[in-house]
Design a protein around this ligand. Structure first.
Ligand SMILES: NC(=O)N[C@@H](CC(=O)O)C(=O)O
Ligand SMILES: [Zn+2]
Ligand SMILES: [Zn+2]
Length: 445
């Protein structure tokens, strides 16, 4: 059996890790026997990350990303499990659509889960008959794919998920709280607002208008409503991509779990000047003050999960004015690298990075075989040299979209990544494995 020698674990212990032939971890110990040795030489060994929020765009938008390119990007960033969201074309709102997506996921290099979505014409009976990772992201306002639903359907969908024993993830923005006075006035709306003095005072075309339009209050209101709906249905609910510290606090106090994205942790409205419309996403970037308070909650443990909301769009698509550019930024390859680089400069610890990227998502979503470097767990592993931070460059990344909102930031990338004991990314050789990822909820096919 193979042994990874002298690996520093997230808690600082230096241990050998012996791999069983079935792709699991045989034992973690000291001076272990084994046939072949992989010398970690004191470098950091982390459990492969579970990114519970990606948009890999197939079926329907393979010009932005495919399962092949998205999963390679994941592997090159130390991510060994991804969870795909339902706003594809067709949307994943029926059993047939689920099966269609699973056929594409066959191309995945890493393990995966597939979420089911809710729209007015979803087919819950056939959908819940499939091995869903979760119901979600349930869109409380329109985002890419225009799957926003109303309050009654939301309550109904959460109740059905609770009955089926399936967790729910929520895109919490309440469209009734958006500030429409920021919107450009078409001839029609201009006529209306002219009859209401004060409304629509000026036409905005700066990117910061996106943050002014989709207000922090819209997220806060939707988070509060989600707590109520989850309580009424006694459902397990997780808030996706919370952009405000207020929503994190509401989730904690209301018995929900929450995730934050790298872009809301490392970018703010101060970065619009540099990012332009490439910095437009939902929920939008917030003030530097809110970003700092979000980061504090990551450091002290109030944030449960970091997930990327990897939402690639082509450069040509993004290169439009603020009202017409699509929302979303890529991120699956840079999540762990950014967080590890941050441990060198902030109070963030490597143990917290391990918890929010692996242990907590596995525990919250019940992926029992993953998230830990311990006996019996899947040998999903990545090796890092904390002394070797490099500059992130879109051109070096493996997403099909070819750009990153983190251009120039420091990142600590993995030397190699293993999925179930097989190397899926070797940075020195710049080569990917050819393993086929598996559905972590079991396949339906
Ligand atoms: N976050 C985004 O701005 N966009 C996501 C959809 C979503 O997660 O809301 C996308 O699929 O493009
Ligand atoms: Zn969303
Ligand atoms: Zn999303």
């Amino acid at each position: 059996m193979r042994v990874i020698r002298d690996a520093t674990l997230a808690d600082g212990r230096v241990r050998d890790v012996r791999l069983a032939d079935d792709g699991t971890i045989d034992v973690v110990g000291e001076a272990l026997d084994g046939e072949t040795t992989i010398d970690a030489d004191g470098r950091l060994l982390l459990p492969g990350a579970l990114d519970v929020h990606v948009h890999f765009r197939q079926p329907g938008a393979s010009q932005k990303e495919t399962w092949a390119t998205g999963s390679r990007s994941a592997a090159a960033g130390g991510v060994t499990t991804v969870v795909d969201q339902p706003n594809t074309d067709p949307p994943t709102t029926s059993g047939d659509a689920f099966d269609g997506k699973e056929a594409f996921a066959d191309d995945s290099l890493v393990d995966y889960g597939i979420n089911g979505g809710v729209t007015d014409d979803w087919d819950p009976d056939s959908l819940f008959a499939r091995p869903l990772f979760a119901l979600g992201e349930v869109f409380l306002a329109d985002s890419t794919g225009e799957m926003g639903i109303d309050a009654d359907l939301f309550a109904d969908a959460v109740a059905r998920a609770a009955d089926a024993g399936v967790p729910v993830t929520v895109h919490a923005e309440d469209a009734t709280e958006f500030d429409e006075s920021v919107l450009p006035r078409s001839t029609e709306t201009r006529a209306e607002s002219d009859s209401e003095p004060g409304a629509g005072a000026r036409e905005r075309d700066d990117v910061a208008a996106w943050s002014a339009y989709r207000t922090a209050d819209a997220e806060i209101a939707a988070a509060e409503r989600t707590v109520e709906v989850a309580g009424d249905a006694d459902a397990q609910v997780h808030l996706a991509h919370t952009s405000t510290p207020e929503a994190v606090d509401i989730a904690r106090e209301g018995g929900l779990t929450c995730e934050v994205t790298p872009h809301h942790l490392f970018r703010s409205t101060d970065d619009y000047e540099e990012l332009g419309t490439f910095g437009r996403m939902n929920p939008p970037l917030r003030s530097e003050d809110r970003r700092e308070r979000l980061f504090e909650r990551l450091v002290d443990g109030r944030v449960d999960v970091v997930a990327t909301d990897h939402a690639p769009h082509t450069r040509a698509e993004k290169d439009a004015d603020v009202w017409n550019a699509p929302s979303g930024v890529p991120g699956v390859e840079t999540m762990v690298p950014l967080l590890l680089a941050a441990t060198r400069e902030t109070e963030l610890t490597v143990e917290r990075v391990r918890d929010v990227t692996a242990r907590n998502p596995a525990d919250i979503f019940g992926v029992e075989s993953k998230g830990r470097v311990a006996e019996g767990y899947d040998a999903d592993l990545a090796l890092y040299d904390l002394d070797d931070a490099t500059e992130i460059a879109g051109a070096d990344l493996h997403s099909k979209c070819g750009w990153t909102p983190f251009e120039g930031d420091a990142g600590v990338f993995p030397e190699w990544t293993m999925r179930r004991g097989a190397v899926v990314w070797d940075a020195a050789a710049e080569s990917f494995g050819d393993a086929n990822g598996e559905n972590v909820r079991g396949s339906d096919q």
